[in-house]
Design a protein around this ligand. Structure first.
Ligand code: ATP
Length: 235
């Protein structure tokens, strides 16, 4: 579904992603793990076209995604939940969700998808008239994910959904990521510092160090890899 071939990108004269190649197959959960500043967010921003790919290729179903603008990428079914959530604080929960469906006009299906996100996150239905900015961190993460789901993506890019959340909420968020993947057949590319939780739900993973992929394999093999255990799992 998604293929990165030797992708480089960065900011000004800083190269943050230094020639990475990876593959995401339809229906998978893939995680990209790495330390602070490894280039994880830049990789996601490059896939979604916000940071431009400087060399190499990004292919979405064999189409050259690195040449597309950001709204074409969204229309092609790729949606990103950014680090820090970036919900609309002065819009209500329901209005935030309506914004997610902004590019759609299939009114009946939109209503069904709204019911679906409320079934995933019942707290959002309870709080649908509350302003986004007044939600807790965990609720804002739920809202950011739900807003992205309202665009009905085929590929969901999640940037550190666990950041700053309490362990119980993190557990809940990861369970729901798995549920979204299974129930709505959404392919998931998950960037995480929380390597243990991410690898528990992923099919495969890549380790990013200083802008380069150093280890890749099945999630189980990464959980058992001594280098990964030492550097990212605290074992
Ligand atoms: P974190 O987990 O802390 O978010 P990360 O793995 O997502 O880290 P990036 O945010 O992609 O890493 O950062 C990779 C490199 O690019 C870092 O050296 C960072 O300082 C640099 N960088 C990130 N954003 C910018 C920017 N807007 N301008 C200049 N340099 C940036």
């Amino acid at each position: 579904m998604l293929k990165l071939e030797n992708v480089q990108s960065g900011y000004g004269n800083i190269l943050a992603v230094k020639g990475i190649s990876l593959v995401v197959n339809q229906g998978e959960i893939i995680t990209l793990i790495g330390a602070n500043g490894a280039g994880k967010s830049t990789t996601l921003l490059t896939i979604s076209g916000i940071v431009r790919c400087r060399s190499g290729k990004i292919l979405l179903n064999n189409e050259e995604m690195h040449k597309m603008d950001t709204d074409t990428i969204v229309k092609k079914g790729v949606c990103q939940v950014p680090e820090g959530r970036h919900i609309f604080p002065q819009l209500t929960v329901k209005e935030n969700l309506d914004m997610g469906a902004f590019l759609r006009n299939d009114t009946n299906q939109i209503k069904k998808d709204l019911d679906y996100v409320f079934s995933l996150f019942p707290i959002l239905e309870e709080r649908k008239h509350q302003y986004g900015g007044t939600l807790s961190g965990g609720e804002q993460q739920m809202l950011a994910m739900s807003r992205a789901l309202m665009a009905k993506p085929d590929l969901l890019l999640l940037d550190e959904p666990s950041m700053g959340l309490a362990p119980l909420i993190i557990k809940q968020i990861f369970e729901i990521i798995k549920k979204i993947n299974k129930e709505s057949n959404t392919t998931i590319f998950l960037v995480e510092q929380n390597a243990n939780q991410a690898l528990q739900i992923a099919d495969r993973g890549y380790v990013l160090e200083n802008g380069k992929i150093t280890i890749s394999g099945s999630a189980d093999s990464l959980l058992e890899n001594q280098g990964v255990q030492k550097a990212y799992l605290g074992l």
